[in-house]
Design a protein around this ligand. Structure first.
Ligand code: 13P
Ligand code: SF4
Length: 372
C-alpha cells in the first residue's frame, strides 16, 4: 500500500458546520420552519403520566441506566415520540448513539450502510439524523425532497474533516486515471469528486468491483490498510484517521486477554492494524453486533465507541458480559435528547446541499448501494 500526504494549509471550519446566526445572535429560522411553522415547547415535567407511558421504554435500558437517571430522560422521550407523529418524522440513529436515543426514540438503528439504505426507503416527511454530519448529508443526498435535520451542526467527524474536494482533485491530478473510492465518512463535497463510496462493511467488495489493479482509497489510512490486507488491488491511501479508534492499542488488548484468555475481542476496521491483529474479529458496527448476537460469547470486549457496548448489552439481555474500554466519540455525543426535541420543534438544523454538487455526490452513494 502506498501512502500519500499532500500538505494543505490550515482551513477555517467548513461553512456547513457553522450554525446560522443573525446579527443579534438569534437563531435564524430554517426554510422548513418558515414553511411548516414552529411548534410550542411541550411540558417537560416528570409526572405519573410520563412515568406510566414510558415505563416499557425504560425496561429496554434498565440494565445500562440506573433508575435515578430515568426521570431526567423520560419527559424528553415522551415529548419526542409525540412530536414525531405530529411532524411525520423518523429518527435514524447510528449504533454509537446513547442508550436513551438508540432504544427509546429511534425508529431505525444501524451502521452507516444500513442507515443510508433505510434513509433511501423512508416514507416520512422529515428525517432527524441521530449521528454525525456526513450521515445527515448522506440521508439528504438520498432524500433530496425531504427535510433532513441534524440536531447539532457541529457533530463532525475527524475522518470527514481530514480531506476536501480540492484535495481529491489534486490526488486525481497526481494519479491520472486511477479511480477513487471514498469511505462514506466524507463530506458531500468530497463524495462529488469520487467514483464510488464504501462503508467499512463493503469496502473490499467496492474496491474489487472496479475491476482495476490500483485505486485511491480515502480518507481513512487504517481502513485502507485493512482493505489492502484483504485484496490484491494496490491501494493508494489518504492519511486521515478516526480520533476514537486510533487511540486503541494492541498492548491494552493484550492486557485484557492476559487477564481472561477466554475473552472475545472484536474491533472496528478503523483501528490500527496491530489492534486488528490482536482481535478475534473485525467488522463494521453492524457486523460487530451480529457477532455478539450470533456467537453469544460469555465475555466480550468491543473495541469501538463506548455507547455501542451499552446498546448491545441492553438488546442481548445478560447473555454476554461486556468489558467496556471507553473511548467516546465527542461528535456523536453532541446529539442529545434536548437537541433532538429542539430539532422537531424548530425544524433545525436543516441540511442543505448545493443541487449541482448533490447530483454528483448522490451518484457515488447510489453506485455503492446498487452493488447490493
Ligand atoms: P460503521 O459504518 O461501521 O457504523 O462506522 C461508522 C463510523 O463512524 C465508525 O466510527
Ligand atoms: Fe468519525 Fe470516528 Fe466519530 Fe466515527 S467514531 S464519527 S469515524 S470521529
Amino acid at each position: 500500500m502506498e501512502a500519500v500526504r499532500i500538505n494543505t494549509p490550515v482551513r477555517p471550519a467548513p461553512a456547513h458546520l457553522v450554525p446560522a446566526l443573525s446579527g443579534s445572535k438569534t437563531p435564524v429560522l430554517s426554510a422548513a420552519a418558515r414553511r411548516l411553522g414552529v411548534l410550542p415547547m411541550p411540558n417537560l415535567a416528570w409526572t405519573p403520566e410520563v412515568e406510566r407511558e414510558t415505563a416499557h421504554l425504560y425496561e429496554k435500558i434498565r440494565s445500562v441506566m440506573p433508575p435515578v437517571e430515568w426521570p431526567f430522560h423520560a419527559p424528553y422521550v415522551k415529548a419526542i415520540n409525540d412530536l414525531k407523529k405530529q411532524r411525520n418524522a423518523v429518527i435514524l440513529a447510528h449504533n454509537y448513539q446513547t442508550p436513551e436515543i438508540y432504544n427509546c426514540v429511534a425508529d431505525v438503528v444501524g451502521d452507516s450502510l444500513q442507515l443510508a439504505k433505510l434513509a433511501a426507503s423512508s416514507q416520512a416527511d422529515i428525517i432527524v439524523q441521530g449521528g454525525v454530519h456526513f450521515m445527515a448529508e448522506t440521508s439528504k443526498l438520498l432524500n433530496p425532497d425531504k427535510i433532513v435535520l441534524i440536531p447539532d451542526l457541529n457533530a463532525g467527524c475527524s475522518l470527514a474533516a481530514s480531506i476536501t474536494g480540492a484535495d481529491v482533485r489534486l490526488l486525481c491530478k497526481t494519479y491520472p486515471g486511477v479511480p477513487v473510492v471514498a469511505y462514506v465518512n466524507t463530506s458531500a463535497e468530497v463524495k462529488a469528486e469520487v467514483d464510488i463510496c464504501c462503508t467499512s462493511s463493503n469496502a473490499v467488495k467496492v474496491v474489487e468491483s472496479l475491476g482495476v489493479d490500483t485505486v485511491i482509497f480515502l480518507p481513512d489510512q487504517y481502513l485502507a490498510k485493512y482493505v489492502a490486507a484483504r485484496t490484491k488491488v494496490k491501494i493508494i491511501a489518504w492519511h486521515g484517521a478516526c480520533e476514537v479508534h486510533e487511540r486503541f492499542t494492541a498492548e491494552e488488548l493484550n492486557a485484557y486477554r492476559a487477564n481472561d484468555p477466554t475473552i472475545k475481542i472484536i474491533a472496528h476496521p478503523e483501528c490500527p492494524p496491530e489492534v486488528i491483529a490482536a482481535s478475534d474479529f473485525a467488522g463494521s458496527t453492524a457486523a460487530m453486533i451480529d457477532y455478539v448476537k450470533t456467537q453469544k460469547p460469555a465475555r466480550v470486549l468491543l473495541v469501538t465507541e463506548c455507547s455501542m457496548a451499552d446498546n448491545v448489552q441492553a438488546e442481548t439481555g445478560g447473555v454476554t458480559e461486556f468489558v467496556k474500554p471507553c473511548n467516546l466519540c465527542p461528535h456523536m455525543k453532541r446529539i442529545t435528547l434536548p437537541k433532538i426535541l429542539d430539532s422537531l420543534i424548530y425544524l433545525r438544523e436543516e441540511v442543505v446541499i448545493d443541487p449541482a454538487l448533490a447530483v454528483r455526490a448522490r451518484e457515488s452513494v447510489e453506485r455503492m448501494i446498487r452493488l447490493g
